[in-house]
Write a protein that binds this ligand. Structure first.
Ligand code: BGC
Length: 800
């Protein structure tokens, strides 16, 4: 795995689903899995999926006598099909030939997927087949394949097939296969001109249109001789077959360029007309590649991060940045989308948007802040739906859905299949109300990094006030305790959704939720002083926030209840947690390995994970991840709890011993919270998080889509965690503690309209203050604050 490339040198069919997810190419507008051109979806090896940012559709299925509606990120027509056959024989299939050599390479610097094959068929004919593929970062509507077939010991006619296949369904995730997956209906297909075919489809419920036009050119040497083409079409499918006379040693060079438009596009008349018009304007593969490379180069200039001493970590971090930028990029602007937790790389979680943005935005805030702003608009536009949800539940303000898709309604499934037991079970994870706090936190973090007053004044402020209003109305006063409480919620740890034998979903006083609620309310109160008075007045009028509400906000921010375990300083994950049984970890780890989905395993054994002190992922520890100890102690102080920084390690230890890391997000948090106190353990957790997708550590989840939260989270761990980067009181604080395994770290961040370059070693840190708009910025290094002027460079000794 050299720095910029992921290379597979062997054809291993059982690893193909994982490779297809990891070799996905995309541009923030659409993405296509790294399936082979000649492959169509089958049960276990190939799954060529194409997904559009924001391309959702709803379908109803009858399950166990109930009608269930699910909203999916639709698998759109497959534009890849390109294959060949000898007359009267079967189409080329890797399974039917003897593979002499195989190489699949993802070139992240250029944004290319390259395959090089040499094979021998049953008639002893030897050939090479080389292909290069791109999904253009420069023109989001374009993708292209260069495909070269060279006969090594034979001559003769072959038939080349090039197609657009809209007969696909959503079937990429085994446990969803019982659900209706036929989202598309055929609208039109045919031939645009001799070398171009087209296809138009619509989603059956959301009525989105997608049109694709594919131009296929065949060259023998530099010439493109006139060739006989046969058109085949049926509803939702169009194909051209081209007869070519091959000569031993002479390469047949094919270029397939695809133009893709949808009814979600801006500045168009109608998708099919745009696709037909624009395909005629596209140049050759090499020309497209040149522009595509330029776009990637610009992105890497902003977003790369270099590490010395650790080539593997370097490549994997680049892979993570690469997939993040393929999911959201400048091409996403104007699309009204959020960041799907599993990227545009597969169908797990149906392309829904969760709280994972909390782990993703910090990277974007410091590199492509324009993009975070855009992604926050997705939430802003869905405020009416969040307000309606709050009202329906008996609250005021904005209650955002745990899983969000097209219009911001709750998309969490009502029942889900436990593949371990084969049973459909109620899914109560929708009670994760903490999602609304994550949105407010994201608004605040974006604002901290960019001081974007216009955004805060018009959108950010409204989000924060309305979310604060929600928290203040879901909180209830308990006169016995003299404190406010929050009932019937689920925390980030999804294993605990109810009290055993309670018969009711939800838990009381999840510590993370309660503290986040307080933080949102305190931030909303702070915002009153930051925004101008007239705007505050306008917003409060609009949202119906009264003086009485503000009084309640102040009361809650001083009297929210936080549970502790007995008389200890261990924050209790939720009220009643201490009464749960200890879990026999060793027994289960020996049987199932380190990372386990205990909820599924125990249910299949007739047991219930709710009974045990066993967490799926970091819950209480999220607090030490999101807040510096100074900030957290401040919150506790306001709440009149005596919680000191010295108690943090005890809390970490306690929950480390009771967490199964059934979510890839968990190791990020565990690494982060240990980064300062225990570098070795932090690094060990970091390593697992880093390998989450490349090695599919959860065993089979990555083929269904990458884990973008963990991907972005690992990059952010290096960027902020290991450098101690924090923005507090208008100062950019740095306090690096590099793990021993990293000897040199170099990257650039965008901070309040400036580019700041950081070079960190085990001993020193160099800060170079680059071009920018304003003149000076305050940077704090280990307690001292310095004013940096444009062009200034300073070096600091950081040995402890
Ligand atoms: C995790 C959630 C996460 C979701 C999507 C779940 O397994 O428990 O925290 O938001 O996956 O990534």
């Amino acid at each position: 795995m050299p720095d910029w490339r992921i290379v597979y040198e062997e054809w291993t069919p059982e690893l193909q689903p994982l490779r297809e997810a990891l070799c996905t190419l995309g541009n923030g507008y659409f993405a296509t899995r790294g399936a082979f051109e000649e492959a169509s979806a089958d049960e276990s090896i190939h799954y060529p999926g194409t997904y559009l940012a924001g391309g959702y559709n709803r379908l109803i299925t009858e399950i166990a006598g109930k009608l269930i509606e699910n909203e999916d990120l639709v698998n759109w027509p497959n534009w890849l099909p390109l294959s060949f056959r000898h007359p009267g024989e079967e189409w080329f299939d890797l399974k039917r030939v003897e593979v002499i050599s195989f190489r699949l390479e993802l070139d992240m610097q250029q944004g290319l997927l390259i395959r090089q094959l040499q094979f021998r068929d049953g008639k002893e004919r030897e050939s090479t087949l080389h292909s290069r593929r791109l999904v253009s970062m420069a023109n989001k509507h374009v993708a292209a394949i260069e495909w070269e077939l060279t006969p090594l010991n034979w001559s003769g006619e072959v038939e080349i097939s090039t197609a657009l296949d809209g007969q696909v369904v959503n079937s990429g995730v085994g446990r969803y296969r019982a659900l209706n997956g036929k989202h598309l209906q055929a609208l039109a297909q045919g031939q645009h001109n001799n070398e171009t075919i087209y296809l138009e489809v619509a989603t059956v419920q959301s009525r989105l249109l997608m049109a694709q036009a594919a131009r296929t050119r065949v060259f023998m040497g530099p010439a493109a001789p006139p060739l006989e083409r046969q058109l085949l079409e049926e509803a939702g499918y169009v194909e051209q077959r081209i007869k070519v006379n091959c000569l031993e040693g002479q390469t047949v060079h094919v270029e397939k360029v695809v133009q893709l438009h949808t009814s979600r596009d801006q500045a168009i008349t109608e998708p099919l007309q745009e696709a037909r018009k624009n395909i005629d304007r596209q140049g050759s593969f090499v020309h497209l590649l040149e522009r595509h490379n330029g776009a990637w180069q610009r992105l890497w200039n902003r977003c790369d991060l270099t590490l010395d001493c650790n080539v593997k970590a370097q490549s994997v971090l680049r892979l993570h940045i690469f997939h993040l930028l393929q999911t959201v990029s400048a091409n996403t602007v104007g699309m009204d989308v959020g960041v799907p937790a599993r990227g545009l790389h597969g169908e797990a979680y149906r392309g829904h948007i969760f709280w994972d943005e909390l782990f993703i935005f910090p990277f974007l805030n410091l590199r492509l802040p324009e993009l975070t702003r855009e992604l926050l608009f997705y939430r802003y536009r869905r405020l009416p739906e969040a307000r309606y949800a709050a009202t329906q539940a008996g609250y005021r303000g904005a209650m955002f859905p745990w899983q969000s898709g097209s219009n911001g309604r709750e998309e969490s499934q009502v029942i889900h299949l436990n593949p371990e037991s084969g049973r459909w079970l109620p899914d109560n994870t929708y009670l994760q109300r903490h999602i609304s706090a994550a949105i407010a936190y994201n608004v605040w973090q974006y604002f901290q990094a960019n001081e974007d007053m216009a955004f805060m004044t018009f959108m950010g402020g409204e989000l924060i006030f309305d979310i604060a209003l929600f928290w203040s109305t879901i909180a209830v006063f308990n006169p016995e305790r003299g404190r406010f409480e929050i009932h019937n919620v689920v925390g980030p740890d999804e294993y605990h959704t109810d009290y055993p034998d309670s018969g009711q979903p939800g838990l009381n006083n999840n510590a993370y939720t309660n503290i986040m609620a307080v933080w949102v309310i305190q931030t909303a109160l702070k915002l009153i002083d930051i925004l101008d008075d007239s705007r505050v007045e306008e917003l409060h009028l609009k949202l119906g926030i009264t003086e009485q509400d503000l009084k309640r906000w102040r009361d809650i921010s001083e009297a929210m209840y936080v549970p502790f375990i007995g008389d200890s300083k261990i924050i209790s994950q939720f009220e009643g947690y201490e009464q749960l049984q200890e879990f026999p970890w060793e027994v289960y780890k020996a049987k199932h390995g380190e990372s386990m989905r205990l909820d599924r395993i125990l249910e299949s054994e007739g047991d219930n994970v709710n009974k045990y002190k066993a967490s799926k992922q970091a819950d209480v520890l999220m607090l030490f991840y999101l807040f510096s100890s100074e900030e957290l102690i401040q919150i506790f102080k306001m709440l009149n709890y005596d919680f000191k920084p010295e108690s943090i390690p005890e809390n970490i230890e306690y929950y480390e011993n009771r967490t199964s890391h059934g979510s890839t997000l968990s190791k990020i948090v565990h690494s982060w919270v240990l980064a300062r106190s225990d570098r070795k353990r932090a690094w060990n957790n970091f390593k697992v998080a880093l390998m989450s997708d490349v090695e599919d550590v959860q065993g089979g989840t990555t083929p269904e889509g990458i884990h973008l939260g963990a991907m972005a989270g690992t990059v952010d761990l290096v960027q902020r965690g290991f450098t101690g980067l924090e923005i507090r009181d208008n100062v950019l604080w740095l306090n690096p503690v590099l793990p021993e395994e990293i000897c040199f770290l170099n990257f650039k961040i965008r901070y309040r309209s400036h580019w700041v370059s950081l070079e960190v070693t085990q001993e020193k840190m160099k800060i170079t203050f680059d071009r920018g708009w304003s003149n000076e910025v305050l940077i704090g290094v280990r307690g001292e604050v310095y004013t940096f002027q444009r062009g200034e460079q300073r070096e600091f000794n950081i040995i402890r």
